[in-house]
Design a protein around this ligand. Structure first.
Ligand SMILES: [Mg+2]
Length: 402
C-alpha cells in the first residue's frame, strides 16, 4: 500500500492530519516508512502533496481523454493536475469507466499509461466487458463476438469461461455459413474446428465492436434460432435460443473522424430488427456498460477498493465527479445512479467528444466544461469552496461543530 496522506479538509494543510509525500510523477508507487522519513525533510521548494479523501473522480475515456487513440490535448496536463501538480498540492483518487473494450484490462491499462504519460492500474479500470467476468460461473460454453483476431477469446478465457467459441470457429468448420466472408490465413490457423451437431452454446457475448457485421449477425442469429443453443437443432418457434449479452449499448462513439461513428448499440438495434423480420419474434438482449446501474455499482466497489488499497482510505467519498462526453450513457447513468446512491455522483459533460455544443443534451449534466482539464479544475475548486464554507460554518457553531 502506498503511504500517501489523506485529508478531509485539504485546502490549507495545517487543518489536516497528514504525512507529507513528495510531488512524484508516479505518486501511487509504494514507499516504505524510511522513505517517509526522508520525504519529511524534503526541501520546502517542493510542494507537499496530500490525498483528498472526501471526493474522487471517474473518467470516461473516448472523447474525454483520448480521441482516435490519441490523447486529447488537455488530457496529459489534466492527469498531472489531478495527481498533485495543482495550487493546493492535492491529489485525488480516480477510476476509469469506459464502454470500450476488446483487450484485457491489463493491455488496455498499458496503452492508457503510455498515452496519458501516467501509470494506470487494472485496479482502477472498468471497460464494457469487465462485468461479464462475473458471468463465467453461470455459463461454460459461450459464443464470443467482436474485437481483433483472438483477443476477445483470450479475454473471455481470462475471465474463466471454459469453452469459448468464436464466429471464426464456425466459419472454419462450415465455410458456407457466411457466403461472402472468408477467413484470412491467420484467422484460419488460429480458429478451431468444432462439433457443430453436438455443441450447445449457453450464451452469446458481444465483447467488442464487430469487424464484420454481416457475418457476425448471421452467426448470432443462427445461434439464437436454435433450441437452447444446440447448434444442430433449430427451433420451430424461435423463442428457445440462449441469452445474448452486449458489453454496452452506445449507439455512436467519438473517433478521429469529425462526426461520431456508429457503435455496438447500432449492431444491437440492427440484430433485434433483423431477428424480428425473420422470425416475427421480439429478441430480448441485455447490455452491460454505462448507463446500466449494475456498472455503476461495479464502479463504486472498484473505487472503494482502489481508495483503500492504494491510498489507505477506508471511508467512502462524499462526492464522485464523473466526467463524460456522451449524454445517453455517461450523464444518464451518473444522474440515475445519483438518485439511488448515498454518494453524490456529480455529472460533468465535456465538449471534446460525442456531444455537440449546439444541441441540447438529451440527459442534462450538472455542469458543462470545455474539456477534461477544465472539468477537473472546476471540481477541485468546488471542493475547495465546500471546505472553506464548512470551516466558516464550524466557527459560527462551535458547540455543535456543524
Ligand atoms: Mg466517450
Amino acid at each position: 500500500m502506498a503511504s500517501n496522506a489523506s485529508c478531509d479538509s485539504w485546502d490549507t494543510q495545517p487543518y489536516c492530519n497528514i504525512t507529507m509525500t513528495t510531488n512524484s510523477m508516479n505518486p501511487d508507487t509504494s514507499s516504505s516508512s524510511e522513505d517517509n522519513v526522508s520525504q519529511a525533510t524534503t526541501p520546502l521548494s517542493i510542494p507537499p502533496v496530500v490525498t483528498a479523501s472526501n471526493f474522487a473522480f471517474a473518467f470516461d475515456i473516448d472523447g474525454v481523454l483520448l480521441r482516435g487513440g490519441k490523447p486529447i490535448p488537455e488530457a496529459v496536463e489534466a492527469m498531472k493536475y489531478i495527481n498533485g501538480e495543482n495550487p493546493y498540492g492535492v491529489k485525488v483518487p480516480y477510476v476509469f469507466l469506459t464502454n470500450g473494450g476488446g483487450k484485457t484490462e491489463a493491455e488496455r491499462c498499458a496503452d492508457l499509461s503510455r498515452q496519458l504519460e501516467f501509470e494506470v492500474s487494472p485496479g482502477q479500470f472498468i471497460c464494457g466487458h469487465t462485468p461479464m467476468r462475473e458471468m463465467a460461473e453461470h455459463y461454460e460454453t459461450v459464443l464470443v463476438v467482436g474485437g481483433e483476431g483472438e483477443k476477445c477469446r483470450n479475454v473471455a478465457k481470462g475471465y474463466g469461461f471454459k469453452n469459448v467459441i468464436t464466429p471464426g470457429d464456425i466459419i472454419k468448420t462450415k465455410q458456407d455459413t457466411t457466403p461472402w466472408r472468408k477467413l484470412t490465413e491467420e484467422e484460419y490457423n488460429n480458429c478451431h474446428v468444432i462439433d457443430l451437431e453436438n455443441t450447445k452454446i449457453e450464451a452469446v457475448f458481444v465483447f467488442a465492436d464487430s469487424r464484420d457485421w454481416a457475418g457476425d449477425q448471421q452467426i448470432i442469429i443462427d445461434v439464437l434460432m436454435t433450441k437452447e443453443g444446440h447448434l444442430g437443432d433449430r427451433s420451430e418457434v424461435f423463442n428457445e435460443g440462449p441469452p445474448c449479452f452486449f458489453s454496452h449499448n452506445d449507439m455512436i462513439w467519438s473517433t478521429s473522424h469529425e462526426h461520431s461513428r456508429i457503435g455496438m448499440g447500432a449492431l444491437k438495434t440492427s440484430l433485434e430488427a433483423v431477428y424480428k423480420a425473420i422470425t416475427g419474434r421480439d429478441l430480448n438482449t441485455f447490455a452491460f456498460g454505462k448507463p446500466q446501474m449494475s456498472t455503476f455499482n461495479f464502479a463504486t466497489r472498484l473505487l472503494q477498493e482502489w481508495r483503500q488499497e492504494s491510498h489507505g482510505i477506508d471511508e467512502p467519498p462524499s462526492t464522485v465527479y464523473f466526467i463524460g462526453d456522451t449524454p445517453e450513457s455517461d450523464i444518464r447513468g451518473t444522474n440515475e445512479y445519483n438518485n439511488r446512491s448515498d454518494i453524490d455522483w456529480y455529472s460533468i459533460l465535456v465538449k471534446t467528444g460525442v456531444w455537440q455544443e449546439k444541441t441540447i443534451p438529451r440527459y442534462p449534466p450538472r455542469k458543462i466544461c470545455d474539456n477534461v482539464y477544465d472539468a477537473i479544475k472546476f471540481a477541485i475548486e468546488r471542493e475547495q469552496q465546500k471546505s472553506i464554507n464548512y470551516r466558516r460554518t464550524s466557527i459560527r457553531h462551535p458547540v455543535t461543530n456543524k
